[in-house]
Design a binder for this molecule. Sequence first.
Ligand SMILES: [Zn+2]
Length: 380
Amino acid sequence: MSLTLADARIVTPEGAHDGWLTIEDGRITHVGRGSAPRAGHSLGGRHVVPGFVDLHNHGGAGGSFPTGDHDGARAAVALHERHGTTTMVASLVTGAIDELTTAAASLAELCDEGLFAGLHFEGPYIAAARCGAHNPALLREPSPGEFARLVKAGRGHVRMLTLAPELPGALDTIRAAAAEGVIAALGHTSATYEQTLAGIEAGATVATHLYNAMVPLGHRDPGPIAALLQDERVTVELINDGVHVHPAMLRLAYDVAGPARTALVTDAMAATGMGDGDYVLGSMRVNVAGGVARLAEGGSIAGSTLTMDVAFRRAVQEVGLSLPEAVEIASRTPARVLGIADRVGSIAVGKSADLVVLTDELEVAGVMRRGAWVRPAEPA
Ligand SMILES: [Zn+2]
């Protein structure tokens, strides 16, 4: 069965143009310019961008991935899908090793189903001084052997490990991750500039929410941020909710790292899509007020209530990026980080039909995943 979407403003890797596309068996089979050769579903001139790819997400709609609970995870994925995320990684937080292996084994079943593109261990190998909303009592020193247990529990679905490179055993663990095909991400770290470079040299290729939970930029003491931004091997995650990072600092990161090394992430937690109130993130109690999640004790920012459509819209409206630039950092670059850019992250023939229809104000008007509407495009 083939579907034609007509009268669309399509954002492809080459730029934006008015045109149409056809979809068959979940894939894009044609991308054309101008009027469609046959009648189709008119999008009334609205934008069509590739589905968003979120590398760092802990849940939503009351569901929390660190629990490993399937119903909660499905509710969270459904929420993020309605906001345009068609590919996402399930992020865990620091927990006891047995809890982490149990949660990973449970979530691996949802990876088998295609619900997640992989699993992300954020911690437990992170710095106490920069642990944010992670339980400081459960932090550990990295070891390749223990990390291998975590990877094994995920049955081939573990895609990322966030750790602090200055900890004893970190560089060996980064090498072990890289050898396993797991992305080593540096974050929640007290590392110096030099220690960060050593982590990159060992094989780390991602910065976990750049700026947050790391030593700030200093002109005499550049710290991790300068090293992560400047190294061509590293892609930097940014939480573009206006709370975690000022738009000017997002612009600075983008200008240094460029669209091919910048990835928007949500770092969303269970409260996303819900009201203010009390929640948990892993073993920590979190209070959400005005949409900002903070630890009940100490007040550290504890993840976000961000969705990718908002991050995308802010990239254009608050940061000043063009639509193709925003598409690059919300879809194509994170897909490339995950090694799946041949299938998702852009609108091109042969790619999965993962699409977001956006109004002129960049509000979501429709979402398609693998060729099926998860939120049908409303009549224009
Ligand atoms: Zn996180």
